[in-house]
Design a protein around this ligand. Structure first.
Ligand SMILES: *Cc1c(COP(=O)(O)O)cnc(C)c1O
Length: 360
């Protein structure tokens, strides 16, 4: 079989989606299933929907278009602020988008009017992680201006934490977002349908908080696909953490010194890791690298240990010499998964009872 390849267990993803959906709906929270790490895979999107998830979210309009072509007729949310150069495509394929700039919302309004559509907008609020978001003090003005845009419906507000600076979505942050929602509703005499509390990093809060306040939606990718919460990368109880396996093939296997020799400067991908001199050891090279995945995001089966990656090579240490032509299975993290799904060099297959079948 072709290597490298990514094997996807759709039953495990289905289980994760269904389990999280059941747990969160009891708390009054709907899930927007985020497919951005899957390059808009129709099979994976359908699996999320079969698990009971009501809406899908994507960071790239291209992936939403792929899902449309696969006849997945669900409501899509574009979760990265739209580019002005893409507003026509956005109103065509996405029912909703997350926004932080009134200039962009005005462009969406013009495009929606031209297409005779209504486009829904969720305004993202900055609560300290310092990625996207309107500062709370500016929110009122942006709400007022958004309400003036024709063919635009203010669907709600949301926030995104823990993505850039690791700021945790705790009760204080979720209360702040809830109070902002109430303040907007009172001062503009309206009802916000959606208050979106964040990504997978908000799972622990959502499942354990005394009150979920006004939060009624989370946008979940990693927790469904990999069964982990991103704050400490802890497995979520009852979920599968091994729905994805990345398989690579051995192309060199030798006993070599562990310490490089010669005048050592910078390596192809930046600074060398400091090396421990372990004398002679089994060093294996696999045919996979930065062009296929994120080598730093691969967990090897013990006792194999990932040492380094370059554009096309992954170097691992093992106790014994690994046979040429044999395959090693790695567990990808979110970054390694997203890169593998996007790489044309990696075949994608789904595990099924009949063996493995290619993903479209
Ligand atoms: C990626 C992303 C998500 C999903 O994040 P996960 O950690 O995979 O759950 C949600 N919202 C936004 C805005 C994102 O960019």
């Amino acid at each position: 079989m072709n290597a490298p390849r990514l094997e996807v267990d759709l039953d495990k993803i289905h289980h994760n989606a269904r389990t999280l959906n059941e747990r969160l709906s009891k708390r009054g929270i709907s899930i927007t299933g985020i497919t951005k790490a899957t390059l808009g895979s129709p099979e994976i999107a359908r699996t999320l929907l079969r698990g009971g998830i009501g809406g899908l979210g994507e960071s790239r309009i291209e992936n939403i278009e792929t899902l449309h072509r696969a006849r997945i007729a669900k409501r899509f949310t574009l979760i990265r602020s739209p580019m002005v150069s893409q507003v026509e495509r956005v109103v065509e394929s996405a029912r909703t988008s997350l926004n932080t700039e009134i200039e962009v919302i005005r462009e969406l309004s013009t495009a929606a009017k031209k297409a005779s559509r209504t486009h829904e907008v969720i305004l993202m609020v900055e609560l300290g992680d310092l990625r996207e978001g309107i500062l709370p003090g500016d929110l009122d003005d942006v709400v007022r201006d958004t309400l003036e845009c024709s063919n635009i419906k203010l669907q709600g507000i949301g926030t995104n934490l823990a993505c850039r600076s690791g700021v945790a979505p705790d009760s204080a942050k979720m209360q702040e977002l809830s109070r902002l929602a109430e303040r907007i509703e009172a001062s503009h005499n309206l009802k916000l349908a959606v208050v979106s509390g964040g990504n997978s990093s908000a799972i622990e809060w959502a499942l354990s908080a005394e009150s979920t306040e006004r939060i009624n939606n989370l946008r979940l990718g990693e927790s469904i696909l990999l069964g982990r919460e991103p704050l400490q990368r802890k497995p979520i109880e009852g979920l599968h953490t091994d729905a994805f396996t990345l398989i690579a093939e051995v192309i060199e296997s030798k006993m070599k010194p562990t310490k490089p020799w010669g005048d050592v400067a910078e390596a192809a991908f930046g600074q060398q890791q400091p090396v421990v001199d372990r004398g002679n050891a089994a060093q294996t090279i696999l045919a996979i690298g930065h062009q296929d995945t994120d080598p730093d995001g691969l967990s090897a089966p013990a006792p194999i240990e990932v040492l380094a990656g370059s554009s096309d090579h992954l170097i691992v240490h093992s106790d014994e010499i690994l046979p040429i032509g044999s395959e090693i299975s790695f567990q990808p993290n979110y970054s390694a998964l997203a890169r593998a799904m996007s790489s044309p060099f990696v075949s994608k297959v789904a595990k099924a009872r009949s063996g493995v079948i290619p993903l479209s």
